[in-house]
Write a protein that binds this ligand. Structure first.
Ligand SMILES: NC(=O)c1ccc[n+]([C@@H]2O[C@H](COP(=O)([O-])OP(=O)(O)OC[C@H]3O[C@@H](n4cnc5c(N)ncnc54)[C@H](O)[C@@H]3O)[C@@H](O)[C@H]2O)c1
Length: 324
């Protein structure tokens, strides 16, 4: 039986967008201690404002490539959420760093989890492992050969590493393949999500939002709080040696996304369409979430309309604070 209550939990990347929500949800289950290691390349104190003063959370500014630090942290823990990673663009820009952070550090962490008899690892994977999937909705059994990115390859390798460690060493784990995560604290210049922020800027400035391409590319948008909840469910469940899609099983085109964003902001701007400046090799995303529903009891709860309302409020409030 996995149990958060009274457990010590390690969260790599806990100062980041998704990690900070995972820590917040873990805290509602009364753990003994949570240890966060983050090097703040993307994470921030601001993301952690709801728990930065909490005495049971130890926040360590450090690097997951520091094996001695990982050893000290993991030695104290029952469970590990491995969430620290470089983003897809950062991996493409610097493949050596991509290898060191996504693969080498994950390898050392997996070894330390075996050494210190960690009860379960929850590994943040990604829908990027599919590239342009073969089937829609995409089940976890879709093969990864269409992935063309270093990042997607590294995530698939991480999943396979944990599979082999379950097989060789009995290390329990679940891998979660998040789809297009959005919500308050999101990265404002991410590859897939930047479009929402750019459009919010247009709404603020009363200028026409631009859609690159014909607006028919689709994504499966999942709110960050639902993603955090899937992490907690994965830890608590008896499921092991499994990968799960974490999406909504709803396909939203760019044009539909803009419509909802304009609607929740009571805005009637019309978009302008421009030729896509690069070919998006992944023109479609739609998760089959039935496996997570069945084995984890996962159910997305936040509609796109609600999520975009909250995101807009957060973004505009934040800007007010910066300008004050
Ligand atoms: N946001 C998405 O849409 C999405 C989709 C699929 C998968 N993921 C995965 O989910 C996880 C969390 O992503 P996120 O969106 O919260 O991104 P994020 O960048 O906000 O969080 C990652 C955190 O890891 C930290 N980090 C990076 N390199 C580190 C290092 N060497 N040592 C210590 N800390 C380091 C960063 O500072 C950051 O706080 C990642 O593994 C990511 O690949 C995210």
């Amino acid at each position: 039986m996995n149990n958060i209550n009274n457990s010590t939990i390690f969260v790599t990347g806990g100062a980041g967008f998704i990690g900070s929500y995972v820590v917040e949800e873990l805290l509602t289950h009364s753990p003994k201690k949570i240890i966060i290691v983050d090097n703040f390349v993307r994470g921030s104190n601001r993301n952690m404002v709801n728990f930065i003063q909490n005495p049971i959370v130890e926040i360590i500014e450090g690097d997951i490539r520091d094996v001695a630090l990982m050893d000290r942290c993991i030695a104290q823990c029952d469970y590990v959420f491995h969430m620290a990673a470089l983003r897809i663009n950062a991996c493409a820009a610097d493949q050596k760093a991509g290898f060191e952070v996504m693969q080498q550090a994950t390898f050392e962490i997996a070894n330390l989890c075996v050494k210190h008899k960690i009860k379960k690892v929850v590994y943040s994977s990604s829908a990027s492992v599919y590239g342009l999937a073969q089937n829609f909705p995409t089940p976890e059994s879709d093969n990864p050969y269409n992935n063309q990115t270093f990042y997607g390859g590294a995530k698939m390798w991480g999943e396979q590493l944990f599979r082999s460690y379950k097989f060789m060493h009995g290390l329990d784990y679940c891998a979660l393949r998040y789809f297009n995560v959005y919500g308050e604290r999101m990265d404002t210049d991410g590859k897939y999500t930047e479009v929402m922020i750019k459009w919010l800027d247009c709404i603020r400035d009363n200028t026409a939002p631009v859609i690159f391409g014909d607006g028919t590319d689709t994504m499966d948008f999942i709110h960050v709080r639902d993603v955090a909840h899937s992490n907690v469910l994965a830890l608590l469940s008896e499921a092991t040696d499994e990968a799960f899609n974490v999406g909504t099983q709803t396909e939203t085109s760019l044009s539909q996304l803009l419509d909802v964003l304009l609607k929740v902001n009571n805005c009637n701007l019309s978009p302008i369409y421009k030729e896509a400046n690069s070919i998006n090799p992944v023109s479609r995303r739609l998760a089959d979430i039935s496996k997570a529903q069945k084995l984890l009891g996962y159910e997305p709860t936040i509609t796109l309309e609600q999520g975009l309302t909250d995101l807009s409020t957060w973004y505009f409030d934040n800007q007010k604070q910066v300008n004050e």
